[in-house]
Design a protein. Structure first.
Length: 214
């Protein structure tokens, strides 16, 4: 008769308590193995908050807004999650969301204006107009926006409607003429008109100041 290998007594109780191989220890989360508190896993809940913040920042980024600062803060929040420093992680998540909101506030209007101008440029080009100058202005504004030079992007965005009107042809008879801006003089780099508020020429990217203007 083969021997009976079934556990009995204390051995059986210990085996049942330990559970099957690979099972999480009692009092630990079955998902991440962190210790439970009141049958809730603070680590899993914190991980869900990180994911929600990531989705919120990604939503802002999908609208063409640069969110490098938020991405860096989110990365630090993930590191703090692994270190189980949940209070500090929450602080970084809050900063990441605030940075994304600030970026959208600053860049959003510029992005919308550039998208609208790009649509106008395509329509003009389709009608046979030479839009190279407008394309260059749009390209420079995009570059300023990508590099975080918001002031340069704003200056170009203000000038682009004039480029579009220029390509559209003469104004309709009786229409009110646009206001003429107060020019400082000409850019010492490319000899084009520049405005008093400009700190950098949007055409040749030369830094400007009152003394350096022609």
């Amino acid at each position: 008769m083969p021997p009976d290998h079934r556990k009995t007594g204390k051995g059986a109780s210990r085996a049942e308590a330990d559970g099957p191989p690979g099972a999480p220890a009692a009092g630990r989360c079955p998902v991440c193995s962190w210790e439970l508190a009141d049958r809730r896993c603070g680590h899993c809940e914190a991980s869900a908050r990180v994911q929600e913040a990531h989705l919120a920042v990604s939503d802002v980024q999908s609208r063409g807004i640069r969110v490098e600062k938020s991405a860096s803060l989110l990365q630090r929040a993930r590191e703090l999650l692994e270190e189980n420093d949940i209070p500090a992680m929450d602080d970084y998540l809050q900063m990441a969301l605030e940075a994304a909101s600030e970026a959208e506030t600053l860049q959003g209007p510029l992005r919308k204006a550039l998208d609208k101008a790009a649509g106008a440029q395509k329509a003009l080009k389709a009608s046979g107009k030479d839009t190279r100058r407008l394309e260059q202005a749009l390209s420079r504004a995009e570059r300023f926006l990508d590099e975080g030079e918001l002031e340069g992007a704003r200056l170009l965005v203000r000038r682009i409607p004039a480029f579009i009107r220029e390509h559209q042809g003469p104004p309709v008879p009786g229409a009110r003429a646009p206001a003429i801006p107060r020019y400082l003089s000409t850019c010492p780099g490319c000899s084009r008109n520049i405005m008093r508020a400009w700190k950098k020429c949007p055409f040749c990217l030369k830094p400007l100041d009152a003394a350096g203007a022609a």
